[in-house]
Design a protein around this ligand. Structure first.
Ligand code: ARG
Length: 592
């Protein structure tokens, strides 16, 4: 479906032409004076010079032509030469009826592309903390938005499963349990299928090992040796590594499932290890990689650089590969196996320069095609109220599970409080289930409503509030609509028999115009890969709905046709809101 603003522009363009002016002047915009008009056009101002005429005269000529318009009403030319107008109720009604019947509410999807989104990026055996939250939440929403826009999308978690952290864990295990069969070089049998540790043990082992390695040189050397042995394929080490991955991935799956985050691929850094030697050879042969102070590097600076972009290091002087070596090999793997048109990465924005180097290197060494798009979305930090990175009350790193628990507890409190003030009974079990759903919305909306690149303050009180620009407010609005629709059906009404009618009041028309903006908003959100645009839209839409709701006695309306029209409008509002929150990665409960 065409965007409503385009349809209105077409009307005005025709009028400009009919009045003898260039039709290109007839572009409509949303009014910045909603008290005066709904739409406006400033084309007469631009035309004044060209036609050596006062802008007001041009505007008057055009306004006259628009008097018989099917779409517009109250068209007026106002000094110094603006065109102010409203749209006819019948026009908006027809537009919304079409929208209701159309797939994706008439949103026209762009040309379909193959996209891989690299997000989440947790490191195996390290507990998930809030830093991984943003990558998971934003990445999941972007994946859903891209899919909605008709692209063929693969989400890859890209596990950090291959570096020194694995050697550290193995070393610590060896110190604690040297008798384990995995450390017996002469062992040729089959290794046990059960891991010699649980997830909680694993989560304790890593920080212990990491701390020891920082104080003890010999310990660190052992860990590096263990990493090397693992990477060279020593059987016992590989078997132990398999256990670490299995235990860790099972736990990650559980945690991400709680966040409504789902990956299509569970690949990791380890998956491309074998491709590195071949890739390095090619880079040398192509004349891209050269030795510098013993290390192997590729220059990636460009003449137009305003900041220094250091060379991309491919191998360290001891021949070991690095974070970017793995990323480059992963690009190679993705190009060969999935043929993506676009690769999108989500990490903390502190990796901006890093990705600039990797992307340039990938282009220069021809790992990607000329038209492969490489996109890094660097997000800001989630801060506490003190403006510093979010911590526990005791000042430690906040684990994701604990954060979710805290939010849920706060939500349960608010849900019970709300039930008390409204005077209805609520059973505990139901309150807990609802709290989970609403709590997730609180976290996700609180995060996604900010432009990704910005830092934001995690404010538990504000995020969980049922009022204001919050997830719970959006859900509350949806629940309110659901309840009205259910009551309409209880009264014997049939939702399928209802059809949107002309607005009969101001707040109703405002709600209708808000709905009509859907496809323009969605187009921008997709093009700019910007979930916060969806948040801003549903906040406006929820406000428009609640305004209408507070002014209108819907269920007691006696005029059946009028009532049915309102019900249809509510149903569309609910569908649009629910579609949007699904793209943000959360859902609404039945009651709250
Ligand atoms: N594991 C990395 C980290 O914790 C993030 C991985 C991001 N993705 C990538 N392809 N480099 O910092």
């Amino acid at each position: 479906m065409q965007k409503i603003l385009d349809l209105i522009s077409e009307e005005i363009k025709k009028a400009f032409e009919a009045a003898g002016y260039d039709s290109e002047l007839g572009r409509a915009t949303l009014s910045n004076r909603p008290d005066l008009c709904e739409f406006q056009c400033n084309g007469a101002m631009a035309g004044a010079k060209k036609y050596h005429k006062a802008p007001l005269m041009i505007a008057q000529d055009v306004a006259e032509k628009l008097q018989e318009s099917e779409a517009l009403s109250e068209v007026s030319a106002v000094p110094p030469g603006f065109l102010n107008m409203k749209v006819k109720e019948s026009f908006v009604r027809d537009y919304l009826r079409d929208m209701f019947g159309a797939e994706k509410f008439g949103f026209q999807t762009p040309e379909s592309k193959k996209i891989i989104i690299d997000y989440g990026g947790p490191n195996v055996a390290k507990p998930l903390h809030v830093g991984h939250l943003r990558s998971g939440i934003i990445g999941e929403s972007i994946k859903r938005i891209c899919r909605y826009a008709g692209h063929d999308v693969i989400g890859d978690i890209h596990l950090g499963d291959w570096g020194l952290q694995m050697g550290l864990i193995i070393t610590e295990l060896q110190k604690r349990q040297p008798e384990l069969v995995y450390f017996d070089d002469s062992f040729e049998g089959e290794y046990p299928s059960e891991a010699p540790f649980t997830i909680s043990e694993l989560e304790e082992i890593y920080p212990t090992a990491s701390a020891k390695s920082k104080e003890d040189e010999a310990y660190k050397a052992d860990a590096m040796e263990a990493t090397f042995k693992l990477q060279s394929g020593v059987r016992g080490y590989r078997a132990l590594w398999d256990h670490i991955i299995a235990v860790s991935v099972a736990d990650l799956k559980k945690n991400y499932a709680n966040l409504n985050v789902e990956f299509d691929l569970w690949k990791g850094e380890s998956d491309v290890h074998d491709m590195i030697p071949g890739m390095v050879e090619e880079m040398k042969k192509g004349g891209y990689a050269y030795e510098s102070d013993g290390a192997l590097v590729v220059d990636v600076k460009e003449e137009t650089d305003t900041k220094e972009v250091p060379p991309c290091m491919i191998l360290k002087s001891d021949g070991a590969s690095l974070y970017n070596t793995t990323d480059l090999a992963t690009i190679m793997d993705r190009m060969a196996n999935y043929h993506p048109d676009r690769l999108i990465y989500l990490t903390d924005k502190r990796q901006d320069l890093y990705f600039e180097q990797v992307f340039r290197c990938a282009r220069k060494t021809k790992l990607v095609n000329d038209d492969t798009e490489l996109v890094h979305i660097g997000f800001g930090t989630m801060n506490g109220k003190d403006g510093k990175p979010f911590k526990t009350r005791e000042g430690g790193v906040m684990r994701l599970e604990n954060l979710i628990r805290e939010i849920n507890e706060e939500m349960i409190r608010k849900i019970r409080e709300n039930a008390e003030t409204k005077g209805y009974e609520i059973d505990m079990e139901q309150a807990e289930d609802t709290a989970k759903i609403v709590g997730l919305a609180a976290i996700k909306y609180g995060d996604l409503s900010n432009q990704a690149s910005k830092d934001y303050i995690f404010d538990m009180d504000r995020f969980t509030s049922f009022e204001g620009d919050t997830g719970p407010y959006i859900l509350y609005t949806i629940v309110r609509i659901k309840s009205i629709l259910a009551k309409y059906e209880e009264q014997g009404g049939k939702l399928t028999d209802t059809v949107i009618s002309e607005a009969t009041g101001v707040s109703e028309k405002e709600l209708m115009l808000e709905l009509a903006k859907y496809n323009a908003m969605m187009e921008t959100a997709c093009e700019e890969i910007a979930p916060h645009k969806i948040c801003a839209y549903i906040y406006d839409l929820a406000n428009a709905f609640n305004h209408f709701y507070h002014e209108t006695k819907i269920l007691t309306e006696e005029d059946g046709k009028k009532k049915a029209g309102w019900i249809a409008l509510l149903a569309l509002t609910k569908d649009v809101l629910e579609t949007c929150i699904d793209l943000l990665g959360f859902s609404a409960p039945e009651r709250m």
